[in-house]
Design a protein around this ligand. Structure first.
Ligand code: HEM
Length: 397
């Protein structure tokens, strides 16, 4: 094992941030110090250039997730596939997860998601104001998730409260609070598994039943890894959509012409969302650990040192996306953005994420004639980046 060494502090990720300064820090680091070290949050390297992030995300035999998959490091209460496992151990879990996000399943969910979105948006429009993150973004993905996981009604609310507490604890780096909320989520997962063992559902539409039915070389998954997977998917898709929705609303308030254009031409929304996902990528803290000494941009990273893949910065790399801080519809290489990661851990739920974002903006724009930020925008801490609270004035049609 490599010895701990003193490395100069290149940046401080713990200072106060605003919506713009958070992204601005990485714009500056890409110029000054693209492979940057900090002692904060347990000590880690931040990769800010596209090519470096892409390499670390793709070379999974060298850059592993099983030590630490996020900065700051969270004390594990158990191994949770697929994020905590490296290939080849990771692969069978993705084989089970991926079919649950196929287009056919997404089409079946579309009317359900639209109903949820409308139920949540209409009261905000009627009131003429509301916090799009706290009153819409924090609820919509959980309710959609509840439908996707076939959760009983009462558990959806438990998930919303426990998930929000957990994320708050992670963001505040409050390890005391993190453990009990994580354990509550385990309780929820345990309960769900017990229900499905008694009354299995069709594995083609139910993740828990699919995990229970899966066989690798004739063997079922170990009980604690099924539990870990259910626990993992219970929170993984909840925060990012809310942060992106908030960030997009900030942008559309600052650019009323674009807001008007997307309202008048809703067929542009899917392409606009891809550019928004690039510009306001909600993650900067997914991490890997090098299992041997490696070199990035002339700097040596030693075995066992933590590395953050700053997807939010890679997507603003001027070498790949010209005028990176500008919103440009239909960039020729927009498909190359890494908002959903890259390599074996690339987001399993991206079809669902895209679907719920599309429906959210179709309905928000169709049911309003204008919205505008009318108060302070609060921002997310690492591992996320972007808006956590966005108060809006909302004019109906
Ligand atoms: C805007 C919304 C979302 C964004 C930007 C996003 C982004 C990401 C990223 C960047 C990763 C890669 C992590 C890494 O490199 O270590 C990831 C992994 C993952 N995401 Fe998402 N995600 C979103 C929504 C969702 C949703 C809705 C679900 C499920 C319903 C989901 C399920 C997962 C899972 C299971 C993984 C782990 C994959 C693995 O380790 O193999 N995500 N996501």
């Amino acid at each position: 094992m490599s010895e701990r060494r003193h490395i100069p502090q290149d940046f401080d990720p713990t200072g106060p941030e605003t919506f713009d300064s958070a992204f601005g820090l990485y714009d500056e680091l890409r110029q000054r110090c693209p492979v940057a070290h900090t002692d904060a949050l347990g000590g880690y390297w931040a990769l800010t250039k596209y090519k470096d992030v892409e390499r670390a995300a793709s070379e999974s035999e060298t850059f592993i997730t099983s030590v630490q998959n996020v900065v700051p490091k969270i004390a594990f209460t158990g191994r949770r596939p697929p994020l905590h496992l490296d290939p080849p151990e990771h692969t069978p879990y993705r084989r089970v997860l991926n079919p649950l996000f196929v287009p056919e399943r997404m089409r079946a969910l579309e009317p359900v998601i639209r109903r949820i979105v409308i139920e949540l948006i209409d009261p905000l429009v009627a009131r003429g104001q509301g916090d799009i993150c706290k009153e819409f973004g924090a609820h919509m993905p959980v309710r959609v998730f509840g439908e996707w996981m076939n959760l009983p009604e009462d558990q959806v609310e438990t998930l919303r409260v426990a998930g929000a507490d957990f994320v708050h604890a992670v963001e505040a780096a409050d390890f005391e609070l993190m453990k009990p909320t994580s354990l509550r989520l385990y309780e929820l997962a345990r309960d769900l598994i017990a229900r499905r063992k008694k009354e299995p559902m069709d594995p083609a539409i139910d993740i828990t039943s699919a995990l229970l039915a899966a066989r690798v070389d004739g063997q079922p998954f170990a009980d604690e890894l099924i539990l870990g997977t259910v626990r993992q998917v219970l929170v993984v898709g909840i925060v990012a959509p809310s942060v992106v929705i908030g960030s997009i609303c900030v942008h559309l308030s600052r650019h009323p012409d674009l807001q008007h254009k997307l309202r008048a031409e809703p067929e542009l929304i899917p392409a606009a969302l891809e550019e928004f996902l690039r510009l306001y990528t909600p993650y900067r803290g997914f991490a890997r650990t090098a299992n041997r000494d490696v070199e990035f941009g002339g700097r040596e990273i030693l075995k066992d040192e933590a590395i953050a893949l700053v997807y939010a910065s890679a997507n603003r790399d001027e070498d790949v996306f010209p005028d990176p801080t500008q919103f440009i519809l239909d960039r020729p290489n927009i498909r190359d953005h890494m908002a959903f990661g890259r390599g074996p851990h690339q987001c399993a739920g991206m079809n669902l994420a895209r679907l719920e974002l599309r429906i959210a903006f179709e309905e928000l724009l169709a049911r309003t004639s204008h919205f505008d930020v009318n108060g302070e925008v609060l921002v997310a801490k690492i591992p996320e980046i972007g808006a956590l609270s966005v108060p809006l004035t909302i004019k109906g049609r």
